[in-house]
Design a protein around this ligand. Structure first.
Ligand code: AMP
Length: 221
C-alpha cells in the first residue's frame, strides 16, 4: 500500500500519517524530516536547504527529487510506505509516477486533509515538536495533543521546540506556495481515481480521521 499525504502545512499530515503507518505496519517517511536532517550537515547543500525551509519556500524540484527519491528507493516499497510531504509539485508527482512504474508499483491512495486557512495558522503557531530526532513526537499547545508537562515530551522526556518556520508570517507564505504548487495535485490524483479527501474542522478528532481512512482502505481490498 503506497499512500501519499497531501494537505496544506499544519493540516495534520505528520500526525495522521504516523498513526496510519502504525496501524498498517508500514514506514512513514516525512520529506520535511529528510530535508531538515540535511540542514544539520555543515555543507553548502545543507545551507541551501536551510534557507529554503526557514524562508517557507520549497526546495527546487530538481534537488528535492534527487534527494527524496534516492532516499525512498532504500526502503522496501513493495511492503508499502506513507510519503508525507512528497510530492508537492506536479513535476515531482510525474517523476515519482515514472519511478514507481519502473518498479511496477503505483500510488494507491493520495490522501488530502482539507483544513481552513485560519485554523491552520492557529494550529501551526501552537505546534511544538520533540527536539529528539529519533522521537519527533508532535504536540499542540491548544488542539489535541497538549504536553502533560510544559515544554517536555511525554514520550521521551526531551525538550519540545518550535520549528523556525512555524510562525504566522512564514505560514501565510507557505499557504500561498501550497495553493500555487501543491493544490493542483488534487486534480492530478483525482483523475487517476486515487484521491481520498477528508475534511478536518476544529472539533474533528484525529481518531475519527484515522478510523474512516482504515475503513476506506479495507473497502478497497
Ligand atoms: P514540512 O515538514 O512537510 O512542513 O516541510 C518543511 C519544509 O521542507 C517545506 O516548507 C519545504 O521547504 C521543504 N520541503 C518538504 N517537502 C518538500 C518537497 N516535496 N518539495 C520541496 N520542498 C519540500
Amino acid at each position: 500500500m503506497i499512500i501519499i499525504m497531501l494537505g496544506a502545512p499544519g493540516a495534520g499530515k505528520g500526525t495522521i500519517g504516523k498513526r496510519l503507518a502504525v496501524q498498517l505496519g508500514i514506514t512513514h517517511l516525512s520529506s520535511g524530516d529528510v530535508f531538515r536532517a540535511l540542514t544539520k550537515d555543515n555543507t553548502k547543500l545543507g545551507e541551501e536547504i536551510k534557507e529554503c525551509i526557514n524562508g517557507g519556500k520549497l526546495i527546487p524540484d530538481k534537488l528535492a527529487m534527487q534527494i527524496f527519491e534516492d532516499k525512498i528507493v532504500k526502503y522496501n516499497l513493495e511492503k508499502g510506505i506513507i510519503l508525507d510531504g512528497y510530492p508537492r509539485t506536479l513535476m515531482q508527482a510525474k517523476h515519482l509516477d515514472k519511478l514507481f512504474k519502473n518498479m511496477e508499483l503505483k500510488v494507491d491512495i493520495a490522501m488530502n486533509i482539507d483544513v481552513e486557512d485560519q485554523l491552520i495558522i492557529d494550529r501551526i503557531v501552537n505546534r511544538r515538536i520533540c527536539s529528539n530526532s529519533r522521537c519527533g513526537e508532535i504536540y499542540n499547545l491548544k488542539y489535541g495533543k497538549i504536553p502533560k508537562v510544559d515544554g517536555i515530551c511525554d514520550k521521551c522526556g526531551e525538550n519540545l521546540i518550535q520549528r523556525a518556520d512555524d510562525n504566522e508570517i512564514t505560514v501565510r507564505d507557505r499557504l500561498k506556495i501550497y495553493d500555487e504548487n501543491t493544490r493542483p495535485l488534487l486534480k492530478y490524483y483525482n483523475k487517476r481515481g486515487v484521491l481520498w479527501n477528508v475534511h478536518s474542522a476544529e472539533d474533528t478528532s484525529i481518531d475519527d480521521i484515522v478510523h474512516q481512512t482504515m475503513i476506506h482502505i479495507e473497502d478497497m481490498d
